[in-house]
Design a protein around this ligand. Structure first.
Ligand code: C5P
Length: 216
């Protein structure tokens, strides 16, 4: 069984999906973390696409959710701490727009969810990756609120970060994610829309838990 949450950066998908997974004791899948992991390979390749595709063909990417964190590894070496840097954030949307990258990540995800009960979050899960998902949500919130959330989340690990830099990065990524040719950020027609601008975190989590509890 799979529930998907799509939405733009900072809409609250990740924290909500994690809290739902913990509350209902189900598995959590963070598709953005996989695109970020692949972006590390792109940076490692010096942003040379030929070298990057070779690395992608050879790399073994593994992931698991435990202790409230989505862990990712490349060839069994943990990279979880390296995927949230400004450098990765700057390049991830250009990497995620490559059809070959999307095929790679989609395959990883579809294999992973074959067994178990999952909640997964991303941009195109309800439209392209899991069009037959049992439940689909689309989360949104206004840009100021999203920038503020991301800023508060990242600031402790990155003291030099400014709110303006975060807002700019989010706006640029939204634009690229929504306008790319391959599987753009889009609300599935049958997705339930949740605007989180004025909802408390608990309200968001409870709403989704109620829907899922009805099915399991
Ligand atoms: O969710 P997060 O902000 O970590 O995602 C990072 C980037 O990964 C997004 O800006 C987007 O470019 C890409 N992404 C995507 N499709 C998904 C999830 C993320 O293209 N399903």
């Amino acid at each position: 069984m799979i529930t998907v949450i799509d939405g733009p950066a900072g809409s609250g998908k990740s924290s909500t999906a994690r809290a739902v997974a913990d509350k209902l004791d189900i598995e959590y899948l963070d598709s953005g973390a996989l695109y970020r992991t692949v972006t590390l390979l792109y940076l490692q390749a010096g942003r040379d696409k030929t070298v990057f595709f070779q690395l992608l063909d050879q790399a073994k990417i593994s992931f698991r959710y435990c202790d409230r964190q989505f862990h990712v590894a490349v060839d069994d070496a943990a990279v979880t701490d390296r995927i949230r840097t400004p450098e990765v954030a700057e390049h991830v949307s250009e990497v995620a727009a490559l059809p070959r990258v999307r095929t790679f990540v989609n395959h990883l995800m579809r294999e992973a969810v074959k067994d178990g009960i999952y909640i997964a979050e991303g941009r195109d899960l309800g439209t392209a990756v899991f069009p037959d998902a049992d439940l689909k949500f689309f989360m949104s919130a206004d840009i100021e609120e999203r920038a503020r959330r991301r800023y508060n989340e990242r600031k402790p690990d990155n003291p030099a970060l400014s709110l303006e830099e975060v807002r700019r990065n989010i706006q640029q990524r939204d634009l690229k994610d929504a306008n790319r040719e391959a599987d753009p950020l889009k609300r599935a027609e049958d997705a339930i829309e949740i605007n989180t601008t004025n909802l408390s975190f608990e309200q968001q989590v409870d709403q989704i838990c109620l829907y899922i509890s009805d099915l399991i």
